[in-house]
Design a protein around this ligand. Structure first.
Ligand code: SF4
Ligand code: SF4
Length: 178
């Protein structure tokens, strides 16, 4: 049964004198190469030049802090339950007295990990979160050489207090969709 109509029946006819010279074929190839010198380039000089992403692009996650700098996540596990790829794992812990500035809720995620090799960037974790703690951003997941390096823990997911990740555009998008 034919799966496509692209198959070609091989021909065993003898090559002509010109075909045996290969020069016409080489010149034909050079003509195609030369033509591409004058066409609009489809490549860009990444990473110096970056293409604009669609506003709905879903990239690397961020675990947000509140206005006072405390982690918003309360380790409820709803994001992990919603994740179709089972990419999220976490360990919950009780907040101790004096840690109110670190964690907004009485329970917090002592460990929070996302396996970026499993993640399909569907955004369901973001939708499921009742605390507006996790968002997908327009940042790329950096390339790694080893599989364990794709397990992103809190050190890579929680936004640094002095370098907050702006997700206001994504929140506005959500409001527009509603
Ligand atoms: S984006 Fe989707 S696949 Fe990735 S961690 Fe969130 S819910 Fe799971
Ligand atoms: S990120 Fe949100 S849904 Fe996931 S455990 Fe934290 S508070 Fe719950």
């Amino acid at each position: 049964m034919l799966l496509t109509h692209r198959s070609v029946i091989a021909s065993h006819k003898k090559m002509s004198f010109w075909e045996r010279l290969y020069l016409p074929a080489i010149l034909g190839g050079l003509r195609i190469t030369l033509k591409h010198f004058f066409l609009k380039k489809v490549t860009i000089r990444y990473p110096e030049v970056k293409r604009l992403f669609a506003p709905v692009y879903r990239g690397l996650h961020v675990l947000k802090r509140d206005d006072n700098g405390a982690e918003r996540c309360t380790a409820c596990g709803l994001c992990a339950v919603a994740c179709p790829a089972e990419a999220i794992t976490m360990d919950a812990a009780e907040r101790k007295p004096g840690e109110e500035g670190l964690y907004r809720e009485e329970k917090y995620a002592a460990k929070y990990e996302i396996n970026m090799l499993r993640c399909i960037f569907c955004g369901l974790c973001e939708e499921a979160c009742p605390k507006e703690a996790i968002f997908l951003t327009d940042r790329l997941v950096p390339a790694q050489y080893n599989r364990p390096d794709f397990i992103f823990g809190k050190d890579k997911l929680v936004e640094p207090p002095d370098a907050r990740v702006d997700i206001s555009d994504r929140q506005n998008l959500g409001e527009t969709r509603c």
